[in-house]
Design a protein around this ligand. Structure first.
Ligand code: SAH
Length: 349
């Protein structure tokens, strides 16, 4: 089939985009060739990309195309040898990941790692859009608290078109079994300061019928894998021995459970014990996650919250909080988000 016969099938992006294997700008391919000759005229990145996806198995070229086709969309000309590969969400809508943190340190390094970054200021926040390890992403600092989290999440979806939201930050431990340096991933989130009783049950968001808002299961599983990968492979290299000793980080663990958010910095062991008793499965307390989860639930956007435990939510909580965030938690966030994005780029989402 000649190039000009195909031109009507789909619109081609500009020439400089043709070598971008993560390009997201072309229309759906309408055909599959009988045979694709990989030996000539291909951009160098394409055979490498096949190997990457097929884990170096030697496969017939057409079979490779079919396999790739199942995960992602492939666009190409045959004979004129001209290929486009798009990473796409399963339902056909391409993924754009919104990444929110409250504090600068919780996103340290991510903006610098972004390729083709552009920034937009809106409503007192700076949204940075670009590619993070192959994933189309928008990073933003919400600042602290539920309203800050909610408005940031809303704008990410409505103005910046994100399809998924990830919150990465620090939190106080919500249970005695959880230690500073551990990582928690939310399976659900609750607003612990929501109390319209006796009109509505404690914690229930009035007129929603809900107290617990879900975290997206698939995103949580991918984050758990990234967190385990971080602790196994990166932790000893990126958190130095001095910090490990200072913060007694022996064998950090990963937990999945309930995260409670409210507009208070929790620093009283009696308050945290009472909250733990009132909310079974509590793993962490923080100040934004449940607000983001409610927005995402209402807008139909999958969301995930991952937090590094920075304190025990007791009288010592404020001591060394900022040192921990910048010296330790910042590394956690960077390396976990990197593993998460690399996993998405490799295995799809
Ligand atoms: N001392 C900091 C303020 C941090 S507020 C400063 O001066 O900048 C705490 C932030 O970390 C919030 O974004 C919250 O989500 C999270 N967090 C960590 N530990 C917490 C705790 N014990 N209670 C509530 N939020 C906590």
């Amino acid at each position: 089939m000649q190039k000009n016969q195909l031109a009507g099938h789909f619109k081609l992006p500009p020439v400089d985009k043709q070598l971008d294997i993560h390009s997201t700008r072309c229309a759906k391919a309408a055909f599959l060739p009988d045979r694709l000759d990989l030996s000539h005229n291909l951009p160098a990145s394409i055979p490498a990309f096949y190997r990457h996806f097929q884990r170096r198995q030697v496969l017939d070229p057409v079979r490779k195309i079919e396999l790739i086709h199942k995960k992602i969309d492939v666009y190409y000309y045959y004979q004129d040898i001209y290929i486009q590969v798009n990473l796409k969400k399963k339902n056909g809508k391409k993924m754009r990941l919104g990444i929110i943190s409250a504090l600068h340190e919780e996103q340290q390094g991510l903006m610098e790692a972004m390729q083709d970054a552009t920034t937009t200021s809106h409503g007192g926040r700076v949204y940075t859009h670009g590619k993070l390890w192959g994933i189309d992403a928008v990073c933003v600092l919400s600042r602290i608290g539920k309203v800050a989290g909610a408005v940031t999440a809303t704008l990410l979806v409505e103005k910046f078109g994100v399809t998924h939201i990830l919150f990465t930050g620090v939190a106080g431990a919500g249970d005695a079994s959880i230690a500073v340096g551990d990582i928690v991933v939310a399976d659900a989130l609750v607003q612990h300061d929501m109390d319209a009783s006796p009109l509505f049950p404690r914690f229930e968001v009035p007129l929603s019928g809900l107290s617990h808002f879900p975290g997206d299961h698939a995103m949580a599983l991918q984050l758990l894998a990234a967190a385990h990968g971080f602790l196994e492979h990166d932790f000893m290299d990126v958190v130095d021995a001095g910090q490990r000793a200072a913060f007694k980080l022996q064998q950090p663990r990963v937990h999945r459970g309930l995260i409670a958010s409210g507009d208070q910095f929790m620093h009283d062991r009696h308050v945290i014990q009472a909250l733990n008793a009132a909310l079974p499965g509590l793993v962490a307390v923080e100040m934004e996650g449940a607000a983001v989860a409610q927005v995402c639930f209402e807008l139909g956007i999958p969301c995930a919250v991952i937090r590094t435990i920075s304190d025990n939510a007791n009288e010592d909580a404020a001591t060394d909080f900022l040192t921990f965030v910048s010296a330790v938690a910042a590394h956690y966030a960077f390396y976990i988000v990197r593993r998460y994005c690399q996993g998405l780029a490799e295995h799809g989402f």
